[in-house]
Design a protein around this ligand. Structure first.
Ligand SMILES: Cc1cc2nc3c(=O)[nH]c(=O)nc-3n(C[C@H](O)[C@H](O)[C@H](O)COP(=O)(O)O)c2cc1C
Length: 397
């Protein structure tokens, strides 16, 4: 019988709320929305299954704040016209897991816009075919983030997650390479203006005082001038500036920092370690530890509650993830153990573990990634027949 360390089983503070345990379901795109980004029956069923998993906290996958720049053809779009669909998704999740916390990740796909929509860029050079965003468009995107957060709350979400990671619009904003001259690039102040202005507006617009606001960041993207480097033309990791971003998040009163790294599709293995290069999970420990230290120091100075820290990339470790997660929490390196691919392999992972049962462990075969890249519905192609068939039907995938 599998034993879950006590430190992971127990309740944990999360902003003004308490999560029933320290298992954290990371946002995972399923690319199965319908009718212009509305959660479909398949989407709702996926979240009902995740609800049965009794995760302490779960994040609904990257949902776009616009419909003209999407990373997936069937990406969820968090606009008012889809409110009923999102209510259905939250209802299904909460029916199974009423005590669990449910967040919505909100995003603009930026350079990663695909699937019949046009990618955008904040600075030149952008990827082939990308349109340079003008100042008015950035303001509009910002307003849409605020509007999307309201819709998330109306749908029943407990909070939102700004997607500032993985090479999307939010990450592009933060990069030293963002050299815009219109007040949205150049200095550190301008590159963090999006967070500084949008977070207070989201808070002010929220009806609930305990509505949770946090963000997911890539501490190091692994590209020249990317997040986690010192200058626009530097490739070598330097976390000084991302440390300042983390301190800024604390000063804005954000409830949590979801610590990630890399850019899927560019420096993919940094984000999600694979069996041939599993050791990148060690870097995720280092990133979380640094974030936790900075937040601890900031909270000592300000007297404010310390934002919760979520550590990523546990799936590669299978059952060994439990011991490592308990150790990291015990040492104060992180507060929650974030699993991505494992939730596709077995959405009921925590519930099974807490009952002493072995879940279906993710084999990190990259099947879900291949499905996502080929723009079809994605999920676990190793254990789930529907996705297995989709993968075999896709020659060249
Ligand atoms: C198919 C797929 C979809 C993903 N979708 C998202 C997403 O919507 N938002 C996000 O921040 N990360 C996304 N990720 C990254 C995961 O949340 C996670 O950080 C990554 O898989 C590493 O964790 P793991 O090793 O536990 O899988 C996705 C990853 C995969 C493989």
């Amino acid at each position: 019988m599998i034993e879950v360390p006590a430190i992971l089983r127990g309740p944990a503070p999360f902003g003004a709320r308490t999560a029933p345990n320290r298992f954290f379901a990371q946002p995972m795109e399923g690319n199965d929305g319908e009718n212009g980004g509305c959660p479909s029956d398949r989407t709702v069923a996926r979240y009902a299954a995740l609800g049965r998993g009794l995760w302490g906290v779960a994040v609904v996958e990257a949902s776009s704040v616009v419909s003209d720049c999407l990373a997936r053809v069937n990406q969820l779009i968090l606009e008012g016209r889809n409110l009923d669909g999102f209510k259905r998704l939250v209802g299904a999740y909460k029916e199974a897991n009423p005590d669990g916390i449910l967040l919505f990740q909100i995003t603009h796909s930026g350079r990663k816009g695909l699937g019949g929509t046009v990618p955008t860029t904040l600075y030149e050079p952008g990827p082939a075919g990308a349109r340079l965003l003008d100042t008015a468009e950035i303001d509009d995107i910002r307003r849409r983030f605020v509007a999307a957060a309201r819709i998330a709350e109306q749908a029943g979400a407990d909070g939102i997650d700004f997607k500032m990671c993985h090479g999307y619009f939010g990450a592009e904003m933060l990069r030293p390479a963002n050299n815009r001259a219109d007040g949205w690039g150049g200095s550190f102040g301008n590159r963090t203006r999006f967070l500084r202005e949008t977070v207070p507006e989201v808070r002010a617009a929220a009806a609930r005082a305990d509505f949770l606001v946090g963000a997911r960041i890539s501490m190091y993207e692994g590209i020249r001038g990317g997040c986690g480097t010192a200058t626009a033309d530097e490739l070598v990791e330097d976390l000084t500036e991302m440390g300042r971003v983390v301190e800024l998040m604390a000063s804005l009163g954000m409830d949590y920092v979801n610590v990630s790294a890399g850019i899927p599709g560019e420096t993919s293995e940094i984000t999600r370690p694979v069996p041939q290069g599993r050791w990148f999970y060690l870097q995720h420990i280092r990133y979380s530890k640094l974030v936790s230290e900075l937040l601890g120091a900031a909270s000592k100075t300000s007297g404010r509650r310390k934002p919760a820290v979520i550590q990523s990339a546990f799936s590669i470790l299978k059952a060994d993830a439990l011991e490592l997660a308990a150790d990291c929490v015990g040492r104060g390196y992180s507060d929650f153990a974030g699993f991505g691919r494992q939730e596709f392999a077995d959405p009921e992972t925590p519930a099974k573990l807490l009952r002493g049962e072995e879940p279906r462990w993710c084999v990190c075969c990259s099947g879900c990634t291949k499905l996502m890249v080929s723009q079809v519905n994605d999920g676990c192609s190793f254990y789930n027949e529907y996705y297995k068939k989709l993968l075999t039907a896709k020659p060249g995938v």
